[in-house]
Write a protein that binds this ligand. Sequence first.
Ligand code: ADP
Ligand code: ASP
Ligand code: MG
Length: 417
Amino acid sequence: MIEDMEFVVQKYGGTSVGSLDRIRQVADHVASTRAQGVNVVVVVSAMGEQTDDLIAMAKELSPNPPRREVDMLLTAGERVTMALLSIALHERGLKSVSLTGSQSGILTDENHGNARIEKILGDRIRHALSDGAIVIVAGFQGVSPKTKEVTTLGRGGSDLSAVALASVLGASRCELYKDVDGVFTADPRIVPGARKIAAMPWYAMSELAWAGAGVLHARAAHVASRFGLAVEIRSSFKPQVRGTIVEPSTELDVAMSTDKNGMEHALVHAITCKQHMCFLEVDTGTAEGDATGNLHAGILESLWHHGEAPVINQQSSGTMRFMVTVKTAGVIQSELSAGRMGSVPKSTKISLPGTAAIGVVGNGFLQSPETVAKAMAAARKAGTPVFWDVRNQVLTIGVKDEDSGAVVRALHDALIG
Ligand code: ADP
Ligand code: ASP
Ligand code: MG
């Protein structure tokens, strides 16, 4: 906690800082926050699509660039933005300082490309704040105290930087500025009639993020809920419009009940979609026992390193199916065949490539079979489901990538309206 000083963490994503004009607008907004007597820690992403562009450049030079060098490259993107924003703030007569993740004391493990935050020291941020400076932190990056190397936190990780800093430093507010007005009942690019959710509890946001609602980094949702942080997700293009407040516990603003007659029926919060998925099928060959358990634990660990939250199915005693991106499935398959996770499984197979995992996210599906039936009927009308998985808070439906938009719209129509 920083004593006697109210400050807010504001995070601006790639689109919000995509040009010098956008950076000027962000500087104006930060300046107006400062003028209200509140200090600001700003977390920035790389400008526009710069992270994708840098990855493409690395891939042109090598199909398999060293992960350490990729992290050195990608962290430069956020560094450019932080310095430009600080220059724009100086131009407005404001005192500001930009800091890299490493300078901010964001300590991570050594897993390049998807490092986990272990601890935040934040000394330089605290000093700069008590000196009256606006602090700009490069998002998506940290440093491993073990290897002394710079690391990145996984794609979209600036959300995580912001939420983790706000939690540890004791910010009075955390605002995430995006190119949408808030969290909607589906991606508004897919469902134009999707509704903005004014307020929601973290348990719901967390489920939504893990199920693939791209609006918030899933690990950020976990950290924020763990620290009881309140976050507002809002638009940098319309800074005066209220966004979505996500709090430890709050009522969802609209009763999105699928059946107005029954208070015990399932609630549906939103529809999500993850494309380019497949099944990685692993037959361990042994019916039971430690070898199987160890292998599955190894696969889960590797999936975590790749930033995946798979749907997992037990097919038979020795066979498991993991629903993951096609890209990750290939990597894990070769790691398994090379014996890098202990014993080599009897067989591995990638099936149903080109599948989209659609999530119906809500609560109470196991006690509301009619909701599940309604979802299944809607999905069948708009596409050809190849897979179902029902949990109490998420119903996952696998369809062909090309049918996913139509199925998301049909599910939204049928369950949210
Ligand atoms: P950032 O600017 O922080 O990087 P992102 O681009 O990662 O923001 O996230 C915003 C995008 O998330 C929106 O442009 C929108 O298309 C997408 N999105 C997906 N699902 C949702 C949802 N349920 N509500 C709002 N936006 C969503
Ligand atoms: N620039 C990084 C990315 O594109 C991090 C972020 O935007 O949050 O993934
Ligand atoms: Mg993002």
